[in-house]
Design a protein around this ligand. Structure first.
Ligand SMILES: *Cc1c(COP(=O)(O)O)cnc(C)c1O
Length: 383
């Protein structure tokens, strides 16, 4: 069994993808071909925002957003402590200070109470100017935007939604990547909507911000002339080939893959809910997850490595996202970012386990995983 079976997906979509790739190769429009614009229009319409600007990857998308806002030295950028490295790497690489904020135990997403506490602390210390809150839609579930947006508004902070794992999720009928002043996503192959290499996108409602992001992504170009460079930028574009691969994959994604992956999550819940000592992922009223990961919490004191080994013996892969709080990453050692107060994140890093999940997983495979997990956790308890 594979953790995320991309080959099975390709077998389903082979004809469409092959034809779409061949069209690009025949046209030789490898950079900024018509498929790129076509994809941007479709994604913007789906998300429900005015602008989609594709780029090289989800990390660049975050950097471009922060550059568009002029984030740099002296700025505080609030980032969840439980996330992939990029969310904190991008502000730090621009000279800003990532301030790590604790997450909610039941949703894995940024805790609005912890956020407000950190904002007040930074203001009281008076060393940094609070500027941006990076909210992450972790594991496919949108963050708690009702509360987080209210905190951003109260302290006049910009909201950057890192939707790298969240594409396809919803809150109150609104799609993920529509909640930020700028929102970003990633098309890394294993993300909910993935391409066949690196890719990313930026979403915004604001015309001026969109123009800035488009300029920064292509060497700080003037609106319509690449050889008139009005600011420093970078070279970060989505290849036409990747756009051509994403077009048919996006159709499958919205037509049936989201339903299919939610069905797998339902099977897990049905078949694991009697194990009261396991904490299953919770999707609260009004939320919809695109299930980038299915992440459970093992009971306290469980030997996680042994549970993984036991499942592996039965051919079932599992992963740990994430094993280390951001503030403990070596890159932040000795910086102000390393001083964080995030007890929930520390606990989660010791107890989380991600099960295989993808839209092409058969019902009986999900049942096999659930059974193997029960046996593995049960074996621990009998010792
Ligand atoms: C994957 C990921 C990114 C970075 O995306 P890339 O396309 O790999 O650069 C950023 N943030 C989060 C939360 C991610 O999971």
């Amino acid at each position: 069994m594979q953790f995320r079976d991309l080959q099975r997906q390709y077998q389903h979509l082979k004809n469409e993808i092959d034809a779409s790739v061949q069209e690009v190769i025949s046209s030789a429009q490898f950079i900024s071909g018509k498929q790129v614009r076509d994809l941007e229009e479709k994604l913007a319409a789906y998300v429900g925002v005015r602008h989609c600007i594709t780029c090289g990857n989800g990390t660049d998308a975050l950097s471009i957003a922060l550059l568009a806002w002029g984030v740099g030295p002296g700025d505080a950028v609030f980032v969840p402590d439980f996330t992939f490295f990029s969310s904190g790497e991008c502000p730090a690489a621009l000279g800003a200070v990532p301030v790590f904020v604790d997450v909610c135990r039941d949703t894995y997403n940024m805790d609005a109470v912890s956020l407000e506490r950190e904002i007040k602390r930074v203001i009281a210390e008076g060393k940094l100017a609070p500027k941006v809150v990076v909210t992450v839609d972790l594991f496919g579930l949108p963050a708690e935007y009702d509360r987080l947006r209210a905190v951003c508004d109260e302290y006049h902070l910009l909201l950057l939604e890192d939707g790298a794992q969240g594409f396809g999720g919803e809150l109150h009928g609104k799609k993920a990547c529509s909640f930020g002043d700028i929102s970003t996503t990633s098309f890394f192959p294993a993300k909910p909507l993935g391409c066949y290499g690196d890719g990313g996108a930026i979403f915004t409602e604001d015309d001026e911000t969109a123009g800035l992001c488009r300029s920064i992504a292509v060497h700080g170009k003037n609106a319509d002339n690449k050889y008139d460079n009005v600011r420093l930028g970078m070279n970060s574009r989505l290849d036409t080939l990747q756009a051509a691969i994403l077009l048919p994959k996006f159709e499958a994604f919205r037509k049936y893959e989201l339903d299919a992956v939610n069905r797998v999550a339902d099977i897990y819940r049905e078949n694991l809910k009697d194990m009261e000592e396991l904490k299953l992922p919770i999707v609260k009223e009004g939320y919809y997850s695109s299930w980038a990961q299915y992440t459970i919490q093992l009971p306290e004191g469980t030997d996680r490595a042994q549970v993984q080994a036991c499942m592996k013996e039965q051919g079932i892969p599992s992963m740990i996202y994430y094993g280390k709080p951001m503030h403990c990453q070596g890159a932040f050692a000795g910086t102000d970012s390393a001083n964080a107060d995030c007890p929930v994140t520390e606990e989660l890093c010791g107890s989380v386990l991600c099960l295989p999940i993808h839209p092409y997983m058969a019902d009986d495979e999900a049942l096999t995983v659930a059974k193997a997990l029960k046996a593995a956790v049960g074996r621990r308890q009998s010792m």
